[in-house]
Design a protein around this ligand. Sequence first.
Ligand SMILES: NC(=O)C1=CN([C@@H]2O[C@H](COP(=O)(O)OP(=O)(O)OC[C@H]3O[C@@H](n4cnc5c(N)ncnc54)[C@H](OP(=O)(O)O)[C@@H]3O)[C@@H](O)[C@H]2O)C=CC1
Ligand SMILES: O=C(O)CCC(=O)C(=O)O
Ligand SMILES: [Mg+2]
Length: 473
Amino acid sequence: MYDKITAPTTGAKITFKNGEPVVPDHPIIPFIQGDGTGIDIWPAAQKVLDAAVAKAYKGKRKISWFKVFAGDEAFEVYGTYQYLPQDTLTAIKEYGVAIKGPLTTPIGGGIRSLNVALRQIFDLYACVRPCRYYPGTPSPHKTPEKLDVIIYRENTEDIYLGIEWRQGSEVGDRLISILNKELIPATPEHGNKQIPLDSGIGIKPISKTGSQRLVRRAIKHALLLPLNKKMVTLVHKGNIMKYTEGAFRDWGYELAVSEFRSECVTERESWILSNKENNPNLSLEDNARMVEPGFDALTSDKQAQMVEEVKTVLDSIWESHGKGKWKVMVMVNDRIADSIFQQIQTRPDEYSVLATMNLNGDYLSDAAAAIVGGLGMGPGANIGDECAVFEATHGTAPKHAGLDRINPGSVILSGVMMLEYLGWQEAADLIKKGLGDAIANRQVTYDLARLLEPPVEPLKCSEFAEAIIKHFG
Ligand SMILES: NC(=O)C1=CN([C@@H]2O[C@H](COP(=O)(O)OP(=O)(O)OC[C@H]3O[C@@H](n4cnc5c(N)ncnc54)[C@H](OP(=O)(O)O)[C@@H]3O)[C@@H](O)[C@H]2O)C=CC1
Ligand SMILES: O=C(O)CCC(=O)C(=O)O
Ligand SMILES: [Mg+2]
């Protein structure tokens, strides 16, 4: 079955039923060490995960690790251009749940991202990146503890599909010519715009299916959260990219009010409902005026549309959602992408689950991780219906590679997400306690040590892992 790897002789496969993993006590889990700092952070993470499982289950449960290759290691074992060998793909498909370190992607040319390829090959459509604060973590932000968000990033499409053409390439030039001569003039709203002839060209597909399955997962997650966190914010730049990012927003709302109608309220609906709750005799027009402060300046057509919106909401959900019932439901709202970057800093506690397209989520997850202590504290998971691959938010951080100094926290916390996904909560809790107590005791790696006041001597990457284990209690 495999060319250059051998599966562990002990352990069993994780299988999937209705999108959920069915986990044996001794699951075989493939891991990719990763390039760059992978050589530091993976051994540290593996040690912490094994120690937590051993302590929590006393041998009853144990992970059988299966080393598989990707990136630079694969190149060495399998030969030139074999960055993502078939063995690795076969193993991940076979065992269903895997964990990986970061993999290098060259800029401006060369191979396309192996990280992205794994997500697309296994249809891991939801990239889940929680950003929460561990007390004592130094942060450039004044109130990092107020940020507790989970980014649900669409993981398979958008510009990450990688359909693009280099400037000056034959196909790229043909495409520009067809667009300039035929397709743009055939679309009146584009006026006389033309694409500069010396452009590179990329395609940004955003599908209804891809958007809605991501938002579905985000809402399902929000349903499980405590009342003050039952919120999903659709993040988009739909004012500019109307038919891709704007459509993402519209499809998100459409899904929320169709599949989750009895459990969801949109922000605008909540305004309309609460206006009536506060003043039962409020006319439809006055209600619309309160929802839209610029109502009186609108054209009569637009005013009529808004009044119709108020009427439709009250007619359709006043009984089911009115009189405060909406207050215990999941609130779905939306924010424009540039605004959300400042909102998570100025109003961090007003956000919970952030549903995004691929590129926005990529940017936003690094920015949110910075608030709670940096990329060393940013875990992640790539989740599909029949496969999951856990990986940190950060990359290979090459300048720190092999120095035993980088923070393994984000891979360790990705491991915590994996344990929780497996249902091994006791082991996950031990690690969260150990990591939290190590940080609270100022036992941290260079990235956090340099921000602490007064400064502390940093722990090595491997020493931080040991400190976490000691703090299991
Ligand atoms: N999923 C993946 O595998 C990903 C891969 N990549 C790839 O990684 C490569 C390098 O990307 P780059 O842009 O440098 O981004 P990186 O995320 O690798 O590193 C940027 C900086 O972030 C900080 N950082 C990263 N990881 C940690 C950590 N574990 N602990 C503490 N600080 C950390 C360091 O800052 P400082 O030096 O200031 O301390 C580092 O120099 C590229 O090839 C990129 O494509 C990028 C993102 C994700
Ligand atoms: O694959 C890469 O090199 C970068 C991907 C990335 O930045 C991410 O997924 O957050
Ligand atoms: Mg990124």
